[in-house]
Design a protein around this ligand. Structure first.
Ligand SMILES: [Zn+2]
Length: 695
């Protein structure tokens, strides 16, 4: 995710967006070792360490002690020592380190994002040939003919320029001290860089130690000859960069749990989004084999049985100093924003039971579920390990200084059991369940069993508000919810409070799935469009609910939620233990579209890569039919009508419609005219700011 807390990033992305949209300068990508690392290649430091230990073992002319001292201090010098000890072995080992590697999903998603730039100009310090392999129609420029890059840019032809050589020309590779010295004396090299930095905008991605070293060397000679031009150039970075050329603006992303810097690719997606003229389409996803590390769990982010609603609350909260602030929590859906009044929750629950090993619900859905499916079945399900709850002690909120403030910020607010104390899972359970008089001891035991199964999602340590602000930096997310480019992600205007909260809920759900390794999550109407925009996840082709509907009713588009009654639930619980039930869940897990190249690896709304095979659906159907017949006469089923995934487009335009109405009535109330300053505080005229964004 982009770092939504970094104040610089809003300006940096804005400048980058202007350059892309107005096409004032061509973009040139400077691809560093971080990118090759996504493909499995070693970093500069790792190569140096490997050479050092192999030379120490195999080459008596190599001074081990000096080498050890140089590692971590002066890497080029390690390469120098190795080469002078035995140049044949040196080149051999280097060539071996950079042999072609197998494709990885994350490298593919990097290339996919990069390739949306056409023409595509790349400078790289990487000597491996991963880029060349994957971009077959691109001109490769070697060190011997650097000048060509200039004419290629003038003619608009894509190229990959190997600044530091490549393994197919081993002598050209730049690793040792003398190689660097030679480069910085090389006038062709210097004039190429000078030209590129003057005439284009350079975007550094995968910036590694090696790039840092060469940029530092170039800065050292900048006093004699100006190299970096006026910029702006951009450095996509995970940490506060030191000593950048003045014309370079950092764009900071957050390291995720995997620590592999994949969030950097996000910025390439931002560039892609900027190029797309106001249209939004989900990028194509990659299919990967083997999702073994993921649990077959299905998290239903909002469980709302018929008759209930997922609404919002406004809380007045006191601070220590006695002042008050106001927090809005919840999704805040109103009927006019939903394409259908039918709740998908009963259907979601059955889909979860049929297609997943375990259904996960937020702990605050305990009482609604308990009431909806009945106590007996509820406890049976808990005992069978098919159901688990996730306690979310603090949920996303939008905080406003006063009840009538126009501008707020995202935060987290917890349900308090008493002043200043967040409710524990135990309290949350006991708040929702009341014991039948006379059976307290029995109930006590059940509740204890349940408590042992509650997981706690810690939105605070994931820093959900920061991640949500990062999501709000994406042009495609802004376009979806109608947020003007002038609005900073730390200033949420009142009329956008619910779309912003829904973004935060989606981010929170994604992080929850990461924390517990869940394969799939169900999000509310419109949520999957947000997921697509925030995480670049592809839309699935088929859906688990179609498979479940076929197994239950012999037809793929039935609202199976209608058969929600105790006897059918019991039949389904028995079915889960049959061979066919197990096989169905296994196949569903295999078919889940788990896009390992993105930051969020879960499938949204149980989208599958392709249909579960007909024979296993049919076998399951026969077994379940027999069980249903034994339990009770089949309840009447109605043809499916809500079919959630395909309503997404409609949902989001309904959100925007509501926000537009709120904005306009607010402007009428406060007498803000179309040419007055926008109430979002951007300083722009209303007509060209939030008014335009929502129209
Ligand atoms: Zn505005």
């Amino acid at each position: 995710m982009l770092d939504g807390n970094d104040s610089q990033i809003f300006y940096s992305l804005g400048r980058l967006r202007d350059i892309v949209v107005e096409a004032t300068k061509p973009l040139v990508f400077w691809v560093g070792a971080g990118a090759s690392k996504w493909s499995g290649y070693p970093s500069w430091y790792e190569v140096a360490s490997q050479l050092h230990s192999l030379f120490a073992k195999r080459e008596s002319r190599y001074d081990r002690a000096t080498g050890s001292q140089l590692i971590g201090k002066d890497l080029p010098e390690v390469f120098t020592r190795c080469r002078s000890a035995n140049s044949a072995l040196y080149y051999q080992l280097l060539a071996d380190s950079f042999l072609p590697r197998k494709d990885t999903p994350i490298y593919r998603s990097f290339l996919d994002a990069l390739s949306s730039n056409d023409p595509l100009y790349i400078l790289t310090t990487n000597v491996d040939e991963a880029l060349e392999q994957h971009l077959p129609n691109t001109t490769i420029v070697q060190r011997t003919d650097f000048e060509r890059c200039v004419s290629l840019i003038q003619r608009g032809q894509s190229f990959v320029c190997k600044l530091h050589g490549s393994i197919s020309m081993v002598q050209s590779m730049v690793f040792a001290t003398e190689d660097y010295a030679e480069l910085t004396r090389d006038n062709t090299y210097l004039s190429l860089l000078k030209h590129i930095f003057a005439e284009t905008t350079v975007v550094f991605i995968g910036y590694g130690l090696k790039d840092e070293y060469v940029i530092r060397a170039l800065r050292a000679i900048e006093a004699q000859t100006r190299i970096f031009g006026n910029g702006p150039h951009f450095l996509i970075t995970g940490s506060a960069p030191a000593d950048l050329p003045g014309s370079t603006m950092p764009i900071k992303y957050l390291l995720d749990a995997r620590n592999d810097h994949r969030s950097a690719i996000n910025v390439l997606n931002v560039i892609r989004e900027c190029r797309k003229d106001n249209s939004f389409a989900m990028p194509k996803g990659d299919e990967i084999k083997g999702v073994a590390e993921v649990t077959s769990g299905y998290f239903i982010s909002d469980f709302t049985p018929p008759g209930t609603w997922t609404s919002s609350q406004t809380l007045g909260i006191g601070r220590d100093d006695g002042s008050q602030f106001c927090a809005i929590v919840g999704h805040g859906f109103v009927r006019q924003e939903l394409p259908t009044p039918v709740t998908p929750s009963p259907q979601d629950f059955l889909v979860g039971l049929l297609c997943f090993d375990r259904v996960y619900l937020p702990l605050n859905a305990l009482a609604p579920l308990h009431d909806f499916i009945g106590g007996e079945f509820f406890w049976e399900l808990v005992a069978s390990d098919g159901l688990q709850f996730i306690h979310v002690p603090k949920e996303p909120a939008c905080i406003y200084e006063a009840a009538d403030s126009l501008i707020g910020d995202l935060g987290l607010v917890g349900a308090a059991s008493e002043i200043r104390r967040i409710r524990s899972p135990q309290e949350e359970i006991r708040r929702q369940i009341t014991f039948v008089p006379g059976r307290e001891a029995e109930a006590e035991q059940l509740v204890r069993d349940l408590e042992a199964r509650v997981l706690t999602f810690d939105g605070e340590s994931w820093n959900v508000p920061q991640l949500a602000r990062g999501a709000l930096l994406h042009p495609s997310v802004r376009r979806l919810i109608g947020m003007s480019e002038g609005v900073r992600p730390t200033t949420i205007p009142r009329w956008l409070v619910f779309p912003a909260l829904r973004v935060a809920h989606v981010v929170s759900t994604a992080m929850l799935c990461q924390q517990f390794n869940l394969a799939a999550a169900k999000v509310w109407f419109g949520g999957e469009m947000l997921v697509g925009a925030i995480f670049g996840l592809a839309a699935a082709r088929d859906w688990a609910h179609e498979a479940a509907s076929y197994v239950v009713a012999g037809q793929a588009d039935i609202d199976i939620g209608a058969m929600f009654n105790v006897s059918s639930l019991k039949a389904i619980l028995k079915f889960r233990d049959t061979q066919e039930g197990v096989a169905l869940r296994k196949e569903a897990l295999e078919q889940l579209r788990v896009n390992a190249g993105t930051e969020f690896i879960s499938s949204v709304n149980a989208g599958l890569k392709r249909n579960i095979s007909f024979p296993s659906l049919d076998k399951s159907r026969r077994v379940l039919s027999a069980l249903l017949a034994a339990e009770a006469p089949r309840s009447g089923l109605t043809l499916g009508i809500w079919h959630n995934p395909y309503y997404s487009d409609a949902s989001i335009s309904l959100w925007r419609k509501r926000c537009r109405e709120e904005l306009h009535s607010l402007c009428a109330e406060r007498h803000i005219g179309i040419y007055d300053q926008c109430p979002c505080g951007s300083g722009e005229k209303f007509k060209f700011c939030c008014h335009a964004a929502l129209n």
